[in-house]
Design a binder for this molecule. Sequence first.
Ligand SMILES: O=C(O)c1cc(=O)[nH]c(=O)n1[C@@H]1O[C@H](COP(=O)(O)O)[C@@H](O)[C@H]1O
Length: 281
Amino acid sequence: MTHKTLFEQISLKKSYLCVGLDTDIRKIPAHLLKEADPVFAFNKQIIDATLDFCVSYKPNIAFYEAMGAKGWESLQKTIEYIPKSHFTIADAKRGDIGNTSGLYARTFFDPTSSGLSFDSVTVAPYMGSDSVLPFLEFENKWVILLALTSNSGSADFQRITADDKPLFEHVLIKSQEWAGADRMMYVVGATQAKDLKYIRGIVPDHFLLVPGVGAQGGSLEEVSKYGMNKSCGLLINASRSIIYAGNGTDFAIKAGEEAQRMQQEMAVYLDKYCNQIERPF
Ligand SMILES: O=C(O)c1cc(=O)[nH]c(=O)n1[C@@H]1O[C@H](COP(=O)(O)O)[C@@H](O)[C@H]1O
């Protein structure tokens, strides 16, 4: 999916919501456990219920890998089920020596190899250019690079100053040599909203994937106010607060209601803060 198509979907839906499919077999409603593939049965109903209110889905790969071969099968079925109109993110946080990164890229981008064809993958920048570039060899696929993450430990390394700049700023600057705003996004946690204005100064045109609203307590309005650019430039993820909004037979209805509530709030912020040159909505 291109930058332009993603913005068109955002404009159409009046939403920049990414639903996180962090599906934990230990947390899904009991009545689904009798299904042949409970994880896929859960995801299918969540997707059906939230489709109209979001533009993206982000399965966190850990939740599937933890289940071994069965989990991988659930992931494949889930990705096949998501309509092409929605931007898919493999939240895998990969990155290794070039030779190995190339195989990680095939895992998520080459369906003839793994059965999976995501639009993007989250990548850790720590090992540098040759660990990231193999992901960019796949045409039309995106890298989402960790910049300033939502967790409390993010300060341990990401805020260390070198040459008068925090490490996350070096990541934002250096990585622009590898790809532009048409192939690269950055992860900035919603819990770091006060830094968003500063980050926007460094990467004015890039999309930012912002997790950490909902269960982690980040503010949707603050992120929107400080993070939005002229083509929205935000994908805001919520996982647990949507997919576990209910726990009974009506879990999908509850998830849909929570996704709709967020979409309605987003429509207001698009009107208020995405007020620049082109506004197709
Ligand atoms: O890359 C991510 O998506 C990510 C980066 C980050 O800084 N913080 C963060 O929470 N995430 C992921 O975003 C999701 C957040 O889930 P909830 O807290 O349940 O909304 C999880 O899948 C996390 O692994």
